[in-house]
Structure formats: structure tokens, C-alpha cells
Design a protein around this ligand. Structure first.
Ligand code: AMP
Ligand code: MG
Length: 317
């Protein structure tokens, strides 16, 4: 079977084509701003404007012609309503036009499942660190469960907000990564509450230090602190579940220092670390296609009337 997946939970519009065995196509466009941040309605306008171009790129690869798809999958949630509606509407329209079934999938779970397709991970704990989402997820006791998560913003949004305070533009994560190279460590609040993490207080603290410390030191210390927090809860989830594999997912996992710290943690507990290539770490259509295809093969079916968006859809639902 061949599935076309549509991703549009936030600033990215992605189209992916997959079979049960591999990714055939995975293209995307992402909204960026010079001043930092994104306004949902403007983001949505941008994504709509990109649709014709993105589809024309898709057509160039013969395996991926729309007419050859057997199934359409789309991100049904969680995410920003403005963006989600674009993908859902498109999926419904294509399903009707091509007369093939459509299926809405959970974006967070899709990050976990694509990792299993493209790495040799079998039963991992997923440390999912993206713009809006930060969760430690695993399949345990017959369902996907959240073992720890952010109590306020996602770690990507935190990095973006800090970058905005430094006038670095959006997305800020990659800019902070560059800025952090060779930095000196300054003590920052370290906020782990049980299995959860929180970034709001650290952001305030960082902003207060902008006048008195170098951007280099702040970026470095910011990364060391929040990555350690994330890996602490991920490690505890691995200990709790007895799982020996850690899978990374989400845009923040593109960060080389984060991957290095994750590797050290896994090595210390004799576990394996898996990180898909960057194009499959960030939001993308291939993961939506693959997760949709797996669900379809397991028997999930959806009627058009059930394809409303679910902006608050929880991983454990
Ligand atoms: P996603 O929502 O999964 O597409 O991820 C987007 C988020 O990943 C944004 O908040 C980016 O700032 C962040 N991000 C992307 N690349 C990096 C990087 N190299 N280091 C840290 N954060 C990053
Ligand atoms: Mg994501």
C-alpha cells in the first residue's frame, strides 16, 4: 500500500509518501520570521500559499503521483487550530477527489512510529522535544503513555522565546546552538518536578541575565541545563519501564549537543540511542503517512464526519 501523509500542526506544511517498508518522498516548507515568534493566522496564510508549489514538487517523482496513493493520512492533532484546519481540509478534499480512504493520526505518536521504521529501535522510550510539545512517551501496558512532560511550554518554544529576546529570529533553536559553542557555564534554575519539566522560570531568569552576561555563556548554559533536565526524566522513564532503547524525535533533537548528551546517558546505562535523520526529526509528512498506514492496516477506519481537528489531543488518548 502507498499512503500520502499531510502534516500541518504548526509552522510546517509537509507532504510524505510511504509504503509499509520505506519513505518514498518527504518534502516540506516551514514558516520563519525575522522578528521571532509566529502569529497563527499569518502562519496559516503562508502555508496555504505554499500548497501549489509543494504539490508541484511532489508530482515530479513518479512513485509519488497522487493518483497512485491508496490512502490519505493527516495530522488531526495536537496543534494550532489555524494550521491543523489546512491539512484536514486538504485531506478531506483529496480523499473525495481520489475516492480513497482517509485517516487522522496523532502527531506525537507519529514521531515515535517513524523512528521505529527508519532505525532499528524495537520498543523505545521516545524523548519527543519539538516546538510546542515536550513529552517522554512509550508504548506500555497496551497503550501509548506519557511518562513525563512539560508543565508549561515546549522546549523548542522556550529556545525560540529566548532567541527572540536576543533578537535572533524564528526558529531560534539552531541559532542558540551556534551561539552556544565554546561557552562558559553559568548556574541557572534547574526545574524537574517529579517526572515533569518546566521552562518558564528559566526563561525569566535568562532574560534577567542578558544585560550582565555574554550571549555565548547564556546560550551554552541554557542548553546544558534544559538538555540535562530532559535526559534526567527520559532516563527515569527507561529505568521505570525497563526499556533499553532511547529514541529522539522533534526538531530540538537536531541539536548536536543534545544528541551527544543523550549518547552519554545511554552509554552509562548500557542502552541504545536512536536518532533519525534531521528531516524525520522535525515535523514532516512521512511520519504522518507511515503512522496512518500502520493504523489502517490494524483496522482503523474513519468517516468524513469524524475528521474534525483535535487541537488538544493527548498522546495517552
Ligand atoms: P518541530 O516542531 O518538531 O518541527 O521542531 C521545531 C522546533 O525545533 C523549533 O522550536 C526550533 O527552534 C527547534 N530546533 C530546530 N533545530 C534545532 C537545533 N539544532 N537545536 C535546538 N532546537 C532546534
Ligand atoms: Mg512535532
Amino acid at each position: 500500500m502507498k499512503c500520502l501523509g499531510i502534516e500541518s500542526t504548526a509552522h510546517t506544511l509537509g507532504l510524505g509518501v510511504v509504503t509499509e517498508k520505506k519513505v518514498l518522498e518527504n518534502i516540506k516548507v516551514s514558516y520563519t520570521t525575522k522578528e521571532g515568534g509566529m502569529i497563527p493566522s499569518k502562519t496559516a496564510d503562508f502555508l496555504v500559499a505554499q500548497l501549489p508549489d509543494l504539490f508541484s514538487k511532489l508530482k515530479k517523482s513518479p512513485d509519488c503521483r497522487l493518483q497512485t496513493a491508496d490512502l490519505i493520512a493527516f495530522s488531526q492533532g495536537p496543534g494550532m487550530g489555524h494550521s491543523l484546519r489546512i491539512g484536514a481540509f486538504l485531506a478531506r478534499a483529496l480523499s473525495l477527489k481520489l475516492n480513497i480512504p482517509l485517516i487522522g493520526v496523532n502527531h506525537c505518536v507519529a514521531h515515535l512510529e517513524i523512528g521505529k521504521l527508519v532505525t532499528s529501535a524495537k520498543d523505545p522510550v521516545l524523548l519527543y522535544t519539538s516546538g510546542a510539545n515536550t513529552q517522554v512517551i512509550a508504548f506500555e501496558g497496551g497503550k501509548y503513555r506519557i511518562f513525563g512532560e512539560t508543565l508549561d511550554m515546549g522546549v523548542g518554544n522556550f529556545l525560540d522565546a529566548f532567541a527572540r529576546a536576543l533578537n535572533l529570529g524564528f526558529p531560534g533553536g539552531p541559532k542558540i546552538e551556534k551561539l552556544a559553542i565554546g561557552g562558559k557555564y553559568i548556574k541557572l534554575p534547574y526545574v524537574v518536578k517529579g517526572m515533569d519539566v518546566s521552562f518558564g522560570g528559566i526563561l525569566t531568569n535568562l532574560k534577567q541575565k542578558i544585560k550582565t552576561h555574554s550571549n555565548n555563556a547564556l546560550a551554552f548554559s541554557c542548553q546544558e541545563t534544559v538538555f540535562a533536565m530532559l535526559l534526567e526524566v527520559a532516563e527515569r522513564a527507561m529505568a521505570h519501564t525497563g526499556k533499553q532503547e532511547l529514541l529522539l524525535g522533534g526538531g530540538v533533537a537536531c541539536n548536536k549537543r543534545f544528541q551527544e548528551m543523550a549518547k552519554i546517558m545511554c552509554k552509562e546505562r548500557k542502552a541504545k540511542l536512536f536518532a533519525p535523520e534531521n528531516s524525520l526529526l522535525v515535523d514532516n509528512g512521512a511520519m504522518i503517512a507511515y503512522h496512518g498506514l500502520m493504523e489502517y492496516k490494524k483496522g482503523k477506519r474513519m468517516k468524513l464526519k469524524d475528521t474534525f481537528i483535535r487541537p488538544d489531543w493527548r498522546t495517552d488518548q
